[in-house]
Design a protein around this ligand. Structure first.
Ligand SMILES: NC(=O)c1ccc[n+]([C@@H]2O[C@H](COP(=O)([O-])OP(=O)(O)OC[C@H]3O[C@@H](n4cnc5c(N)ncnc54)[C@H](O)[C@@H]3O)[C@@H](O)[C@H]2O)c1
Length: 357
């Protein structure tokens, strides 16, 4: 029997990258990308997917019938989402909740009825905003850092935020839909024997991410340097000291391969997944890298006001997934930026209308 893999959100940045990588490494598999093409730029993926032997199914995770129309699969990787942490503020949260939470429910029901395993892409934004903002920071050079040798429940200055970080408090509607999804996944696992792994990812980046102001800032930053347009440091005084760790989507793929090798072992696990301290950078440092690689200097503006879901610092402590799998990220941030730059240059005609400011 042919192994069947469905990736919901399969025309998005992560979904299409994973679909192509799985198909490349398993040409005998039937890989189906399922997507409603809501995200601008996802339509560009369809031709690429088909050319590389990935099937495309135009469907919506909010519809049980659309999922059922794919038929049974051995594995579902859930990558569909409204992925912006700012979604729902001063606008209806309906699409966000229906897709991110309702879509998970539909995927779980689909798997309960047809069988199949689940890899779920969750987010670091399940951790609450207030406690993250309240961590002790120091301003060092062009970035914030956690005060040296400090630590508390679920965090250390050396390794960042772990899975044990307390969950009380508000986390954005986006984060809440992901955390609620995680809870339901655990119930389906214990009640119906579903095999499922939850990966709480920090910032993911790489070619084919359609970066915009509210999601995908690494590509956005480099795209503005290559194609022009404006950039601004937003929030926390508008100085650009905010820090994130960045993981190449191909490193995520490598991790999922590890997890699939022993799904019985990893099922039920909730892992923080990210580039870690070595893969972290501030917005100011990102600007410097983009200048160096693109050879272009942009004047970056400053907006002091902090949006409700902004956090000044997030570096994920991935030690538990590293210990459980032996995995570790192999692509340095500078290589990720080089690769994104080359992709923007090579695909200018297609990408400039979408990514230019
Ligand atoms: N990119 C990151 O930095 C990052 C970080 C942490 C977690 N994640 C999670 O990873 C997953 C993939 O994110 P991404 O960066 O590829 O986002 P993306 O926006 O590029 O991809 C999401 C895809 O889902 C599709 N989609 C949206 N609503 C849909 C619906 N109702 N039915 C079917 N398809 C729908 C979109 O058209 C898009 O192609 C998401 O669950 C996101 O929350 C991403």
């Amino acid at each position: 029997m042919t192994f069947r893999l469905m990736i919901t959100g399969g025309a998005g940045f992560v979904g299409s990258s994973l679909a192509i990588a799985f198909r490349r490494d398993h040409p005998e598999w039937d890989v189906v990308a399922f997507d409603n093409l809501k995200r601008r730029g996802s339509e560009l993926a369809v031709e690429r997917l088909l050319a590389l032997g990935v099937g495309f199914h135009h469907g919506d995770v909010r519809s049980v019938e659309d999922l059922d129309a794919v038929g049974p699969v051995d594995l579902l990787i859930e990558c569909s989402a409204e992925p912006s942490v700012h979604a729902g503020y001063r606008e209806s949260p309906h699409y966000l909740v229906a897709t991110n939470l309702g879509g998970t429910v539909n995927c779980l029901e689909y798997l309960r009825r047809h069988g199949g395993d689940l890899l779920f892409l969750s987010t670091s934004r399940v951790y609450p905003i207030g406690p993250l903002r309240g961590l002790p920071f120091e301003h060092r050079g062009d970035r914030l850092e956690l005060s040296p040798h400090a630590g508390g429940a679920g965090w250390t200055a050396e390794a960042g935020i772990s899975e044990a970080f307390p969950l009380a408090g508000s986390r954005s509607l986006y984060g809440a839909t992901k955390l609620a999804s995680e809870l339901l996944i655990e119930e389906y696992r214990s009640m119906y024997g579903l095999r499922a792994v939850v990966n709480r990812c920090g910032v993911l980046a790489g070619p084919w991410q359609m970066g915009k102001v509210d999601q995908g800032f690494v590509v956005l930053w480099m795209a503005r340097h290559v194609y022009g347009g404006s950039l601004a440091y937003m929030g926390f005084g508008g100085t650009g000291l905010q820090v994130r760790d960045v993981l190449h989507v191909d490193d995520l793929y490598d991790l999922l391969v590890h997890q699939l090798q022993d799904l019985d072992l990893h099922s039920g696990a909730v892992y923080n997944v990210g580039g870690g301290m070595n893969g972290s950078l501030s917005l100011r440092e990102l600007t410097q890298c983009c200048q160096r690689i693109s050879g272009r200097r942009l004047k970056v503006g400053s907006i002091a006001d902090t949006r409700p879901a902004d956090i000044p610092y997030y570096v994920g402590d991935s030690r538990s997934v590293r210990a459980a799998t032996g995995w570790q990220p192999r692509r340095a941030v500078s290589d990720i930026l080089q690769q994104i730059h080359q992709w923007l240059v090579d695909n200018r005609t297609q990408l400039e209308p979408i990514l230019r400011g």
